[in-house]
Write a protein that binds this ligand. Structure first.
Ligand code: FES
Length: 275
C-alpha cells in the first residue's frame, strides 16, 4: 500500500515519507561530491526525473529546500537545459538528430516519418506514454549519420523504415539492441538515475568506437604513419603580448580576476582600443 503524501514543517513537497527519505539520502550523496553543495543541482534534477519522470513541481521544491535556494532559481536552471523535462516524459526518449550532417543524410526524413507514424511532433509523447519524440542536436556520431538516440543509446545509420520499426518495438515492449555501447536500452527513469551519477554498472558494455570512427587510425597503421616527433618539429612561435588582458591562451590557464582584468578600459580615451 502506498503511503499518503505528507506535508511536514520541513518540506512543501508532497512526496510520501519513503520516497522523500530515499530522495534526501541520494541528494545528500550528490551534494557531498562538490565543495559547494549547490553545484549538485544539475545531477539533483536528473535524480528528480528518475522518480517523477520529469522535473515536477515537487522536484523543484525539493531541490530548493535541499540546497537553500529559491524555487525560482531551480526553475531557471531546469528550463535552460533541454534534458530537463517540464512535463511527464515517455518511457523512451526517441531523439532524431536533425543537425546539419544527419539532416542531409536523411535525418529530416527520419523525423518526419516517425512524427507521422507516431502521431506526435517534437517534444510530444505518444498516448500510451511509451515514446517522447524529439529533434536533437549533433551527438558526435556524424560518421554514422543519420543517428537516432533512444534514451541516449546509439542507433546508427537509420532510415525512415528502420526508425519506425524501432519505435514499434519500443511501444510493444520488445527488446532493442543499440548499434554501439550498452547491450540494451533502459527506461527514461533508469537513465536519469545514471545521469544523476549513480552507476548502473553498464558503462563499459559493448564497443564505443566502430569501424568508421577508427578508419583514420586503421589507414595510418596500414601505411606506417605516425605523428611528428614533437622534439624535432619546427619550434612554435612564442605567444605575443596582445594588450592589457595579458598573453593569449586559454582563460582557464590564468587566475580568474587579475588586476589587468578589472583595469581593462580604465583611463582610456574613447576610440583608443581601435588604434
Ligand atoms: S550531425 Fe548528427 S551526430 Fe553529428
Amino acid at each position: 500500500m502506498t503511503a499518503e503524501p505528507v506535508e511536514t514543517p520541513t518540506t512543501k513537497t508532497r512526496y510520501d515519507a519513503d520516497v522523500l527519505a530515499t530522495l534526501t539520502a541520494d541528494a545528500t550523496a550528490i551534494m557531498a561530491r562538490y565543495p559547494d553543495p549547490r553545484s549538485g543541482l544539475l545531477p539533483m534534477l536528473h535524480l528528480v526525473q528518475s522518480i517523477d519522470g520529469y522535473v515536477s513541481r515537487d522536484g523543484i521544491l525539493f531541490c530548493a529546500e535541499m540546497l537553500g535556494i529559491t524555487a525560482a532559481e531551480v526553475s531557471a536552471v531546469a528550463t535552460f537545459y533541454t534534458q530537463y523535462k517540464r512535463h511527464p516524459n515517455g518511457t523512451y526518449t526517441v531523439g532524431v538528430c536533425t543537425n546539419t550532417l544527419c539532416a542531409v543524410m536523411g535525418g529530416d526524413a527520419v523525423f518526419d516519418e516517425l512524427s507521422e507514424h507516431l502521431g506526435v511532433g517534437h517534444d510530444e509523447t505518444t498516448d500510451d506514454g511509451a515514446i517522447t519524440l524529439e529533434r536533437v542536436e549533433c551527438n558526435a556520431a556524424c560518421d554514422y549519420a543519420p543517428v537516432v538516440m533512444v534514451n541516449w543509446e546509439f542507433f546508427d545509420n537509420q532510415t525512415p523504415e528502420t526508425a519506425t520499426a524501432l519505435a514499434d518495438k519500443l511501444r510493444l515492449g520488445e527488446d532493442v539492441v543499440p548499434t554501439r555501447g550498452a547491450a540494451s536500452v533502459c527506461s527514461f527513469k533508469q537513465m536519469s538515475r545514471v545521469l544523476a551519477g549513480f552507476n548502473d554498472g553498464r558503462a563499459d558494455e559493448g564497443v564505443g568506437a566502430g569501424a568508421p570512427t577508427l578508419a583514420g587510425l586503421r589507414i595510418a597503421r596500414e601505411n606506417d604513419w605516425t605523428a611528428p616527433d614533437a622534439s624535432t618539429s619546427e619550434p612554435v612561435a612564442e605567444p605575443v603580448e596582445t594588450g592589457p588582458v595579458g598573453k593569449p591562451g586559454s582563460s582557464a590557464e590564468r587566475p580568474t580576476a587579475t588586476s589587468s582584468d578589472t583595469e581593462v578600459g580604465k583611463d582610456k580615451k574613447p576610440g583608443e582600443d581601435a588604434k
